[in-house]
Design a protein around this ligand. Structure first.
Ligand code: HEM
Length: 436
């Protein structure tokens, strides 16, 4: 592995990606954030506390017509700005971001984790190893079903053809959009074959999700008196007076698409780190035997995995006023990206080698590792990932259950990352699960 973190990150993006990826905006590197104490925190806080995110030129422009997916596909929360974004985001803030609220979903998260353990055991018995590329996708879909549609989608059952089809569709959308991003952007001027393919894939995907949302919403009840704290997510949404059915669908769809593409790869990266570090794996098991409630070491392993295997490539904002960053004058209205992945491999912050898996670094609160901007896999400020608490809870409960039940070994080529719009697993995603 390349010892230079900057080169490492660039290395995983093919040559052309750099130009496109960095096109039309400023890039904040770790230099801005860390090395100039006078300017670092102010502009970063300044940028991150503003709500505006640049609208990707690729996403949000396809879909054959606005009626597909009831026209909600184009309205993903990620792609919105200004008062419309603020209205929707504030309506879910309470239910999504407070750890206490997300606890409401803990029993469902535990049920999905239990189903995952049974599914893994059955796949292990049938095939002698488990292809987590498939299984992690099914797990994430099942979890989304429980949280967002308030029902089991049967994704972890023996016959998961429907789930596999939807996951494959999503994967093809991500692969094609990466290819289109890295190629000449002719599709911006006329509909190329790639563009038409993208429209077709997205229409297919969103039609399926739209059906799921309609099924769920038709069954949910609008209550006379609302006891918000006990409601599941979709019920909570349809009982919010300020949201109409279309708003609810925009939110559900945003949560569904963003969650499906992120938690599954994160489960694989975590399993890879745990499997290839048997001492840490043993320590997780000991921790589980002692007290399975707080799990500080497992949490540190998950945090370290987010650091080493970041799934996003950057966090973006549009500057709201003129700023000077690292000596460069950045006018208001400039799209600014921060490459958080370079930051999370910084040799000052992670002094005892940023390239090694060392969960312990998160347990010692006195080190530079705890710089407020050292760990940004979920972004920062009011536009921080809306599903962060869900993702963390799902990963913690499922990894805890898997580690308690199995000794986990990785089989084949090491897992690395490839740019497919997100940084997704490359290498072998096969694992062996032996009962302990
Ligand atoms: C598992 C790992 C995940 C990672 C690393 C991740 C990362 C991110 C990042 C970096 C952003 C942009 C934040 C910013 O600009 O400051 C974001 C936004 C978002 N994420 Fe996630 N995410 C994850 C899982 C999820 C899940 C499970 C859901 C839904 C259940 C979700 C829903 C969203 C939504 C709706 C937004 C847009 C928020 C807005 O614009 O207001 N994410 N995520």
């Amino acid at each position: 592995m390349d010892p230079n973190p900057v080169q490492f990150h660039v290395a995983i993006l093919p040559g052309r990606a750099k130009a496109e990826y960095f096109e039309g905006g400023a890039i904040l590197m770790e230099r801005t954030v860390l090395e100039d104490p006078n300017i670092s925190r102010t502009p970063l806080t300044e940028i991150y506390h503003k709500f505006l995110r640049p609208n990707s030129k690729l996403f949000g422009n396809t879909f054959s017509d606005d009626n597909k997916g009831s026209g909600v596909a184009k309205c993903n929360l990620q792609l919105r700005n200004g008062p419309e974004w603020y209205r929707l985001r504030s309506s879910i803030q309470h239910a999504m971001m407070r750890p206490q609220s997300v606890q409401t979903y803990l029993p469902f998260s535990q049920k999905v984790s239990q189903d995952l353990v049974s599914h893994v055991a059955s796949e292990q018995a049938r095939f002698g190893a488990v292809n987590m590329q498939k299984v992690a996708g099914r797990w994430s879909l099942e979890s989304a079903g429980q949280i967002l549609f308030e029902k089991s989608l049967g994704s972890l059952a023996e016959n998961s053809e429907w789930a596999d089809g939807l996951i494959e569709l999503n994967k093809r959308i991500f692969q094609l959009s990466a290819k289109m991003r890295l190629g000449l952007p002719i599709f911006r001027f006329f509909p190329t074959p790639s563009w038409r393919k993208m429209v077709q894939l997205e229409d297919e995907f969103y039609a399926e999700v739209d059906r799921l949302m309609d099924d769920a919403l038709d069954k949910l009840k609008v209550l006379d008196i609302v006891e918000n704290k006990n409601l599941r997510f979709a019920s909570y949404l349809i009982n919010r007076k300020e949201l109409n059915r279309r708003d609810v669908k925009v939110i559900l769809l945003s949560m569904f698409t963003d969650g499906l593409s992120t938690t599954a790869p994160m489960l694989i990266y975590n399993l890879f780190n745990i499997a290839t570090h048997p001492v840490a794996q043993e320590r997780i098991r000991k921790e589980l035997e002692k007290d399975a409630t707080k799990l500080p070491f497992l949490r540190a392993c998950i945090k370290e995995t987010f650091r080493m295997f970041p799934i996003g490539t950057e966090v973006s904002r549009i500057t709201q006023k003129d700023l000077v960053l690292s000596g460069f004058e950045i006018p208001a209205g400039t799209p600014v990206d921060i490459n958080t992945n370079v930051l999370m491999r910084n040799t000052v912050l992670f002094a005892d080698d940023p390239l090694i898996f060392k969960p312990e670094r998160w347990l010692d609160k006195s080190t530079a590792t705890h710089h407020p901007f050292a760990f940004l896999p979920f972004g920062f400020g009011p536009r921080m990932c809306a599903g962060r608490r869900f993702a963390e809870q799902d990963l913690l409960t499922s990894l805890a259950k898997l580690c308690a039940k199995f000794e986990i070994r990785h089989v084949g080529e090491p897992v690395t990352q490839i740019y497919e719009t997100l940084l997704l697993p490359r290498g072998s995603c096969k694992f062996e699960f032996a009962s302990v």
